[in-house]
Design a protein around this ligand. Structure first.
Ligand SMILES: Cc1cc2nc3c(=O)[nH]c(=O)nc-3n(C[C@H](O)[C@H](O)[C@H](O)COP(=O)(O)OP(=O)(O)OC[C@H]3O[C@@H](n4cnc5c(N)ncnc54)[C@H](O)[C@@H]3O)c2cc1C
Length: 506
C-alpha cells in the first residue's frame, strides 16, 4: 500500500499553532518569513537594526541616495515566485527592467568594452575590441548554460545534507556533466583555454568575485556564473535595489508576519536538545522553531555559546570583503553606465593581496555603480551622479581600516583620473565610507565577508553549513553564510530550501 498524502488543510491547521522566530531581517530571513507564513505558521522576525534588509539596505546623504550593499540584480524569478505563491500582483509592489548592457569595462590601455546582453552584439563587440573569434564566445556561453542547467541547479536548489537528495535520480546525470576539468582546473586555467585574448580571460575571471572567491584558485565550475548575466540577463529594480527589500517586507506584513526592530537576540534557548525560545533584552520569547538568518559562526559563538562548533566553521576560508566609497558628484560622466569596471593591470597580484598577504593593493580593480543613470533626478540632482565605488578588500582581521582609507582613496582616484582623463576629486561633494569592519558590525557578518564562505576550494559547496542543525531540534539556518551561499539569488534559494524542510517536516 502506498503512503497516504497529508491533507494540506490539516497541515496548515497544525502549523497555525506553531510559533516561528526568525533572527535577522536580511533578505533570506524576510523570504523565509513569507514562505512559512504562507504555510500557516505564526512568524515573528527580530532585527537588531532599526531597518530591514541587512546588507540590502540604503541611505541618504543630502540630496543623494545610495544602495548600501548589493547593486547587481539577477534571477528576478526568485522574487516573482514569492508573489505568485502569495497570490499577490507583483506589479503593485515591485517592478524592474532588463538592462541592455551588463557592464562597461575599462582597461588601462584605453580599451573600453561594452558587455551587451544580446549575444550577437556581445560577440561583435568582443571581436572588434579584442580580436576574439565569435565562436569562442558562443561556445563558452553554451558551456556556462550547460554547467548551470545540469549541475548548478542540482547543487543550488536543494539541501546537500539530506540523504534523499543524494539518492535522487538526477544526481547521476548532474555528476556525469561534471567533467574533471571543471573540478580540478581553476577558473583562470579554463578561461585561458577558452579565449585567446587576455582581456577576456580577465573579464570572465571577474565572475569569481560574485561570491567573493579567487579565480586563480576557485574551480572552473564557477565559470557557470556568466550564464546568469549573458543567457538570462541583468536587471534593474525601479527605485534601486532597496525596492527588493521594501517589496518583500510589504508582502510579508500583508500576509501577517510581524517584524520587531531595534531588538537584538542575545541567546537561543535550548532545552533537551530542542529550541524553546530566544532571549531578547533579558526577556524570553517562546518559539517552537527558530531560523537564524545571521552568520552561522556568530550563531554558534554568541547565541549558542558553542565555541567548538564556531571554531569548526572558521576552518572554511571566508569570502573577500570590500571597501566602499559612496560619493555624490556635481557632474555627469557620459562615458559611464549603470555598472562599470576599471580593471587592475595585474589581476593575479590583486588576488594575492586579497587572499594571501591581505594588504592594500595599489592598482585595485574598481567597480562603480550609478543608479542616477537609469533614473536621472531620482537618486541625485539632475546633471549630478551618485557613485557607489567599491574595491575588493581582504577579510577583516583587525586591520586599522581608517588609517588605510587614505591609501585606498588615493589609489582609486589616481586610477580613475588616468583612465577617464579627468580630475574627479574636485567634483566629489559628499562622501560616506564602508569598511570590512563596518560590514561586520552592521550586519554581523564575520570578518566583513560579503558572501559568507569563499568557493576557493573544490569541496566548498559541500562544506558550507547545512540549512538545519543536526544536533539541536527545530533550529534552522538561512542566508549568505550557509548552503547554498551568498548573493541575493542564493539567499532566496536558502529560504526556499529551509522553508520546505520545515513545512514538509523533512
Ligand atoms: C557591499 C556588498 C555588495 C554586494 N553586492 C551584491 C550584488 O551586487 N548582488 C548580490 O546578489 N549580492 C551582493 N552582495 C551579497 C548580498 O548582499 C548578501 O549575500 C545578502 O544580502 C545577504 O543576506 P542575508 O539574508 O544573509 O542577511 P544579511 O544581509 O547578512 O542580514 C542579516 C541581518 O541579521 C541582523 N542581525 C544580526 N545579528 C542579529 C541578532 N543577534 N539579533 C537580531 N538581528 C540580528 C542584521 O542586523 C542583519 O539585518 C553584496 C554584499 C555587500 C556587503
Amino acid at each position: 500500500m502506498g503512503r497516504r498524502k497529508k491533507d494540506p488543510s490539516c497541515v496548515m491547521h497544525t502549523n497555525a499553532s506553531k510559533q516561528v522566530l526568525i533572527i535577522g531581517a536580511g533578505i533570506a530571513g524576510i523570504a523565509t518569513a513569507i514562505r512559512l507564513r504562507l504555510a500557516g505558521y505564526q512568524v515573528k522576525v527580530i532585527e537588531k537594526n532599526s531597518y530591514p534588509g541587512g546588507k540590502l539596505s540604503s541611505f541618504k546623504n543630502g540630496e543623494f541616495s545610495f544602495d548600501a550593499g548589493p547593486s547587481l540584480f539577477t534571477q528576478p524569478h526568485f522574487i516573482e515566485e514569492l508573489f505568485e505563491l502569495a497570490k499577490e500582483d507583483i506589479n503593485r509592489y515591485f517592478s524592474y527592467q532588463k538592462e541592455p548592457i551588463t557592464c562597461t569595462y575599462f582597461y588601462e590601455d584605453g580599451t573600453v568594452i561594452k558587455a551587451y546582453t544580446d549575444k550577437q552584439k556581445l560577440a561583435g563587440e568582443l571581436h572588434e575590441k579584442t580580436g576574439e573569434p565569435a565562436e569562442h564566445i558562443y561556445r563558452f556561453l553554451q558551456s556556462a548554460d550547460r554547467l548551470y542547467s545540469n549541475i548548478g541547479i542540482f547543487f543550488l536548489e536543494q539541501s546537500l545534507h539530506k540523504l534523499k537528495t543524494l539518492f535522487k535520480k538526477n544526481i547521476l546525470a548532474a555528476l556525469a556533466t561534471a567533467r574533471p576539468k571543471f573540478i580540478f582546473k581553476s577558473m583562470n586555467s579554463f578561461h585561458e583555454e577558452s579565449f585567446t585574448s587576455s582581456k577576456l580571460v580577465q573579464l570572465f575571471n571577474r565572475y569569481a568575485t560574485y561570491n567573493g572567491s579567487n579565480p586563480y584558485k576557485a574551480p572552473a565550475m564557477l565559470s557557470m556564473i556568466p550564464h546568469l548575466e549573458f543567457n538570462i540577463g541583468t536587471f534593474y529594480p525601479k527605485g534601486g535595489m532597496i525596492s527588493i527589500t521594501n517589496a518583500l517586507v510589504a508582502l510579508a506584513e500583508k500576509k501577517g508576519v510581524s517584524f520587531l526592530y531595534n531588538q537584538q537576540v542575545d541567546e537561543i534557548i535550548v532545552s533537551n536538545k530542542k529550541v524553546t525560545g530566544a532571549l531578547v533584552g533579558g526577556q524570553k520569547i517562546d518559539a517552537d522553531i527558530i531560523v537564524s538568518n545571521i552568520d552561522a559562526y556568530f550563531t554558534y559563538k554568541y547565541l549558542l555559546k558553542d565555541d567548538n562548533k564556531a571554531k569548526r566553521i572558521l576552518k572554511q576560508e571566508r569570502s573577500s570583503s570590500a571597501v566602499i566609497f559612496y560619493w555624490g558628484l556635481n557632474k555627469s560622466f557620459s562615458q559611464l553606465g549603470l555598472h562599470n569596471i576599471f580593471f587592475s593591470n595585474d589581476y593575479k597580484k590583486e588576488f594575492d593581496h586579497l587572499f594571501r598577504s591581505k594588504q592594500v593593493f595599489d592598482d585595485p580593480t574598481i567597480y562603480i555603480n550609478i543608479t542616477a543613470k537609469p533614473e536621472p533626478g531620482l537618486h541625485a540632482p539632475i546633471d549630478m551622479e551618485n557613485w557607489f565605488v567599491m574595491v575588493n578588500a581582504p577579510a577583516h582581521t583587525n586591520q586599522a581600516w581608517h588609517d588605510q582609507l587614505f591609501l585606498y582613496k588615493k589609489n582609486i582616484i589616481q586610477k580613475l583620473n588616468r583612465i577617464l582623463g579627468e580630475d574627479i576629486e574636485p567634483h566629489i561633494i559628499c562622501e560616506n565610507v564602508l569598511t570590512p569592519a563596518d560590514i561586520e558590525h552592521k550586519t554581523a557578518s564575520y570578518a566583513g565577508s560579503l558572501y559568507g564562505t569563499s568557493s576557493n576550494s573544490k569541496m566548498a559547496a559541500f562544506l558550507r553549513h547545512p540549512n538545519f542543525s543536526s544536533t539541536i531540534k527545530d533550529l534552522f539556518f538561512v542566508g549568505g553564510s550557509v548552503h547554498p551561499g551568498g548573493g541575493i539569488p542564493l539567499c532566496l534559494q536558502s529560504a526556499k530550501i529551509t522553508a520546505s524542510i520545515i513545512a514538509n517536516h523533512e
